[in-house]
Write a protein that binds this ligand. Structure first.
Ligand SMILES: [Zn+2]
Length: 190
């Protein structure tokens, strides 16, 4: 058991591995490059972003964000919080950042793409949860290599991680803080 702990990192549980494998496969399908689990996680800490946003991405990778299972495991009246009350679906990180209309995700990603197009000749790479959680390890720009750190890679990493973080904060203000949130407000925070 002790030896197993030395070989296996604490995050390497079957449940986490299953979701992580799906993300890594999504990376492979989109970019033709499949990172290992270890490089996938380590790369987040090398991103040119603040520690609080790194921590947020790391929590997406390890399924540690306070949503869905976090609440269902608490049981009782908390269990209901695992569901998005308006959309009546499990409130996954994917739903929060890309699917839910309450957090202003759609408007904020649209604004981010506009900002990118105004300031870069590189085409905008459409985002997904897999892209957000593997920003530090997958090739981001057309023709770039895995782990490449061109100026455009870094700008994309900063913009996309910050947008995801902004949407997450909006969701937490609304859902945890109990603030009545206008979804249009999220994009204005960019
Ligand atoms: Zn929703």
């Amino acid at each position: 058991m002790v030896l197993q702990k030395l070989i296996k990192p604490a995050w390497d549980t079957p449940e986490r591995t299953r979701e992580m494998e799906m993300t890594l496969q999504d990376c492979a399908d989109r970019t033709g490059f499949r990172p290992t689990k270890q490089t996938y996680i380590k790369s987040t800490w090398k991103l040119p972003i603040t520690n609080v946003v790194k921590d947020f991405i790391w929590k997406i990778q390890l399924q540690l964000l306070k949503c869905r299972k976090y609440f269902t495991k608490m049981g009782g009246e908390w269990a209901e919080k695992g569901t998005c009350e308006t959309c009546a679906v499990t409130e996954t990180p994917e739903h929060i950042l890309f699917g839910c209309t309450l957090n202003g995700g759609h408007e904020t990603w649209t604004e981010a793409a506009k900002l990118w197009r105004r300031s870069s000749e590189e085409p905008w790479t459409d985002t997904s949860l897999a892209i957000v959680s593997s920003l530090g390890v997958i090739p981001l720009m057309r023709g770039s290599q895995a782990g490449a750190q061109s100026a455009n890679d870094k700008r994309y990493q900063i913009l996309v991680s910050y947008v995801a973080w902004t949407i997450w904060k909006a969701r937490c203000s609304r859902k945890i803080g109990g603030i009545e949130w206008d979804p249009q407000k999220t994009a204005s925070g960019l």
